[in-house]
Design a binder for this molecule. Sequence first.
Ligand SMILES: C[S@@+](CC[C@H](N)C(=O)[O-])C[C@H]1O[C@@H](n2cnc3c(N)ncnc32)[C@H](O)[C@@H]1O
Length: 382
Amino acid sequence: MNKSKQIKAMFFNDSNKLQDYATHSMFRYFGKLPPTLVRRILDENNIHKNKKVLELMCGSGTTLVECNIRGTSAVGVDVNPLSVLVSKVKNTYIPLNELLAAQQSIENEIHIIGEEQNDYFRPTTKNLDYWFTEPIQNDLSSLKYLIDNTERFINNEAYVQDIKDLFLVTFASIIRKVSNASPKTGRIFRMPEDNTCNVYETYFKKLHTNIYSIQDLPHVNPIQLLQADARDTGIDDQKFDLIINHPPYFALYKYSSDVMRFELEWMNFNRRQIAKNEIEDGFKTTKEELLDVYIEDMKNVFVEAKRLLNKEGKLCVVVSDSTLREKQLPVVSKLIEAASEVGLNLDEHFLREVAFTQASYHKSANPNIKTNEDHLMYFTGK
Ligand SMILES: C[S@@+](CC[C@H](N)C(=O)[O-])C[C@H]1O[C@@H](n2cnc3c(N)ncnc32)[C@H](O)[C@@H]1O
């Protein structure tokens, strides 16, 4: 049984402004870790060039970008192909001249095709017209047509795939902004008015910002990505000095069917297929029993983490308790217990009070229950 550790307060209140560097703001990923917090975790664990880091459930690749910047080899694993693509693009340097020429080409092409490809693509989104106005659907369709055919107007073979991936991630990154859903919350809520923004202007502005953010990356990156289940990564030739795991918080988000639903549909990814491999997240549930399924799934993530840890390595888990109606659920203590059952011992336990966490968003009906705390825990396999 895991002995409970003294919980230490962690002082961390870096502003949002401080988080906007390198490629960290390329894609708005709800539930992303603050980059400067990851930087601090890496610093405090003495992660330098010769160490190896794994992030199980890498999301938008915050940890990977931080490892890339310091020249540390890192592997990122996520079940969601869009997460993997975003993480890849956020870590891939492409020279500025290539990118500026590529932007010029796609801007020219959009004028050449005019309205020809307005009906090239429509996603399977339920109530599509409710979520996207027709002019916006038309412009997204034309953009998608060009991106799918990047090879026709980018001739430099050495960069064409990386440029296409950047075009795609930029496309995904504007979907929420041009929809009728609020861009402010992870969950999807309709705004009162139809969105009247200009899709091309929004896209090319974002592409321009992304192009310059890429220039902050090292030219060669030591980052590897795997689209896989964190419970069974298939990695069998490497061990890691630090494994970071920041799972979906229970009863909060389902990445494939809510938070990233529109992006996945416009990218033509199969949401239902992705959902099959996601851990139980208790999304839109009122069933407390599902917490046991979540803990069991996380236990299997811990088994995989233990298998992949170096002898002296550490597993860092960032998570929070959740609420279900009137009740606060003991997610964190159950996770500590599950880790212990697979031979991972709690080494250090920090509590970070934040104005807003993923979990505080899921407000309890009981005003006395607060979940504006993130737990950061270190486990070792010794
Ligand atoms: C809270 S997010 C991680 C965010 C990340 N730390 C960042 O900074 O962007 C949780 C991630 O877990 C992923 N996930 C859910 N179930 C998974 C599974 N079985 N295997 C791998 N990844 C999974 C989701 O796709 C999501 O990207």
